[in-house]
Design a protein around this ligand. Structure first.
Ligand code: FAD
Length: 381
């Protein structure tokens, strides 16, 4: 992590304060950096829930947007922006975020899984608002061309050329390195307790004093529900726990990343994709879930049977109740924006290169209307 700047209360009023220094807040602050003279990123301490440090690092399009075509289109846009975003970060910071975007697979085991997934993808692609993109159902042999040593239990796979991976910790580091170089004030231990808008300026009460800004972006992950209430944005959150196993390093296997299994740029492997409704219990791994993940990984790539697990963790996915992103400017507190999403790695490029300029311009365009919190408050009678 980049060097931190500590802070005490000052009379200074920032142009922007971004609340939350995870991947969502950091990507937005990165995108705002050339549009404002003074930006502060307020972050909590090490006790915070931080999905950005516990995720799987996929840049993933397939499977996004079932039930909301606009989300598929938004994700496709981000996957297209990723190569330029990664190149820009490398140039500005020297940090290679290890983007590899040569396609991705969802491995399927047996007819039931295959038929269900195929029908699901077909429905997803037929929705209004979805921009068509290339995808295919592959049989075992076609999938094995992308994954040497693919297990016989994988009878089929869904493939798109748009999917890929990055190293999410390097991504976070690169973004924070830019803060350091570009004068963005990163303020750790500044958990925001209270937000008030006084005469057009937002005053944020933190344990380290009051921070003021003319505009704010709420990007505090799962805390966005509670903070949103303070600026008139009612966002029901629904955390979802994911557990991940890390395997020791091996030589590069040149296997296309899969939604449940990927090799990192330094050779280790991640096994994942469990989804549990476990409230806010993030520091818990459970043997039945880890055993299921491990079993499926070995059936997917039998050579992994010889590879040792070195650690496991769990983290909470930042999800609004329906699982789709939320972007909105408050009607009651103009100048307060909110950004929450379940795929902050995938969408980092869109947040930095598309959303941040919109926020800097002071208004979100109609194309982002589907992502407003209004969808949670539709009357049913
Ligand atoms: C197991 C797992 C696997 C995942 N895999 C992928 C994947 O493969 N691809 C993908 O795209 N996404 C993935 N995700 C999702 C991705 O990690 C999240 O969407 C992303 O990290 C969310 O970032 P965030 O900044 O919104 O939240 P967080 O990372 O939770 O950050 C929130 C930040 O806000 C700060 N904060 C909280 N409250 C306050 C406050 N009151 N004041 C100031 N600061 C505050 C915290 O300190 C924290 O730094 C995964 C998530 C999990 C859990």
């Amino acid at each position: 992590m980049a060097a931190a700047t500590t802070s005490t209360t000052t009379t200074r009023t920032h142009d922007f304060a971004v609340i939350g220094g995870g991947l969502v807040g950091s990507a937005i602050a990165y995108g705002l950096r050339n549009s404002a003279e003074s930006i502060a990123v307020l972050d909590e301490g090490d006790v915070a829930l931080r999905a950005s440090r516990g995720n799987f690092g996929l840049v993933w399009l397939q499977s996004k947007g079932y039930g909301m075509g606009a989300y598929s289109r938004w994700t496709l846009g981000s996957t297209r922006q990723w190569p330029r975003f990664a190149a820009q970060l490398l140039e500005e910071t020297g940090v290679d975020v290890a983007l590899e975007q040569k396609g991705g697979l969802t491995p399927l085991m047996g007819d039931y899984e295959t038929e269900a997934r195929l029908a699901w993808m077909q429905k997803l692609m037929a929705q209004p608002g979805v921009e068509p993109y290339e995808w295919k159902l592959l049989d075992h042999h076609q999938a094995a061309d992308f994954v040497p040593g693919l297990g016989r239990d994988v009878t089929a796979a869904i493939w798109t050329p748009h999917d890929g991976i990055v190293n999410p910790l390097k991504l976070l580091r690169a973004l924070h390195t830019v803060f350091h170089h570009s004068g963005v004030s990163y303020l750790p231990h500044h958990g925001v307790e209270k937000i008030e808008q006084v005469g057009g300026v937002f005053e944020m009460t933190t344990a380290k004093g009051t921070v003021r800004a003319r505009k704010i972006v709420l990007a505090s992950g799962l805390r966005n529900g509670a903070l949103g209430e303070q600026v008139g944005l009612h966002l029901p959150m629904a955390p979802q726990r994911g557990q991940i196993i890390v395997l020791e390093r091996t030589r590069p296997l040149d296997a296309m990343p899969m939604v449940t299994l990927r090799q990192n740029d330094e050779g280790s492997w991640l096994v994942g994709d469990s989804q549990e409704d476990a409230g806010y219990a993030d520091h818990v791994t459970t043997l039945p879930v880890l055993a299921t993940l491990a079993d499926r990984a070995v059936r997917t790539l039998p050579a992994l049977k010889e590879v040792r697990a070195v650690r496991a963790w769990s983290a909470l996915r930042v999800r609004a109740q329906d699982g789709f992103p939320v972007y909105e400017q408050s009607g009651s507190h103009p100048g307060a924006f909110i950004a929450t999403c379940h795929s902050g790695v995938t969408l980092a490029a869109a947040h930095a290169m598309t959303l941040a300029p919109m926020i800097a311009a002071g208004a979100l365009p109609p194309e982002l209307a589907p992502f407003s919190t209004r969808r949670f408050h539709v009357q049913t009678t």
